[in-house]
Design a protein around this ligand. Structure first.
Ligand SMILES: Nc1nc2c(ncn2[C@@H]2O[C@H](COP(=O)(O)OP(=O)(O)O)[C@@H](O)[C@H]2O)c(=O)[nH]1
Ligand SMILES: Nc1ncnc2c1ncn2[C@@H]1O[C@H](COP(=O)(O)OP(=O)(O)O)[C@@H](O)[C@H]1O
Length: 205
């Protein structure tokens, strides 16, 4: 029985902290979790696939999606647009699936206004040096983009206070386990489950 709607889980954190890596690991261990694929105007990185990592759009296409109200939230990050297609999220939540959004902080705050019942998780690095190492180690950005991402990271870390949970990504396995524990606990929240039992009691069942 799955009378409840799914949970909307929002994961943010500075560039290079390991959001993509942790999300990929989570999807393997949480069968009820679906990942929302974002639209972006950023060019694909080597190995990234259309419809899997992102829906890659031109600025014109993206602006049309905004005008048509097709995005649940959107933001500009380091010179590119990023946004969450609305329909997929709404349909999955309605079907009782937990939906994971991996988005930056401005977008997360838009989601929080629309879905205050969402679960907001902020992923942090064990240290700033380790964050730098991870961004450099990934090797997907040029020097200027790395500097920009590290600057954005400082501003993003200051937004931690707006989130419900802070998870340290020391190892992928541990970070994943912590997020799984959060999701399990959120499923057991009284305000989520009580309406169903109140209804059963009222019906005398
Ligand atoms: N607001 C918003 N942010 C997004 C969305 N998709 C991805 N992002 C965020 O945009 C930022 C840049 O993403 P990306 O270019 O893939 O770089 P990376 O996360 O540093 O690997 C990250 O903080 C993502 O979480 C989205 O749909 N909406
Ligand atoms: N717990 C971890 N320990 C060590 N390296 C990590 C960890 N998590 C991610 N990484 C590495 O850090 C780099 C950035 O990870 P990525 O998932 O692309 O970050 P984000 O999506 O937050 O920008 C990648 O090279 C990834 O393999």
């Amino acid at each position: 029985m799955n009378a409840e709607k799914g949970l909307l889980i929002v994961l943010s954190g500075p560039s290079g902290v390991g959001k993509g890596t942790v999300c990929a690991a989570l999807r393997k261990v949480c069968p009820n979790l679906v990942y929302s694929v974002s639209a972006t105007t950023r060019p694909p990185r080597p190995g990234e696939q259309e419809g899997v990592n992102y829906f890659f759009k031109t600025r014109e296409e993206f602006e049309r999606m905004i005008e048509r109200g097709e995005l649940l939230e959107w933001a500009e990050y380091v010179g590119n647009y990023y946004g969450t297609p609305r329909r997929f999220v709404e349909e999955m939540l309605e079907a009782g699936k937990d939906v994971l959004l991996e988005i930056e902080v401005q977008g997360a705050m838009q989601v929080k206004r629309r879905y205050p019942e969402g679960v907001f998780i902020f992923l942090v690095p064990p240290s700033m040096e380790e964050l730098r190492r991870r961004i450099l180690g990934r090797g997907t950005e040029g020097d200027a983009a790395i500097t920009e991402r590290l600057e954005a990271a400082r501003a993003e870390l200051a937004m931690m206070a707006e989130y419900d949970y802070v998870v340290v990504n020391d190892t992928v396995e541990h970070a994943c386990e912590r997020i799984r524990a959060i999701v399990t606990a959120e499923h057991c929240r009284r305000d989520r489950l009580m309406p169903r039992y109140q209804k059963l009691l009222a019906e005398g069942k």
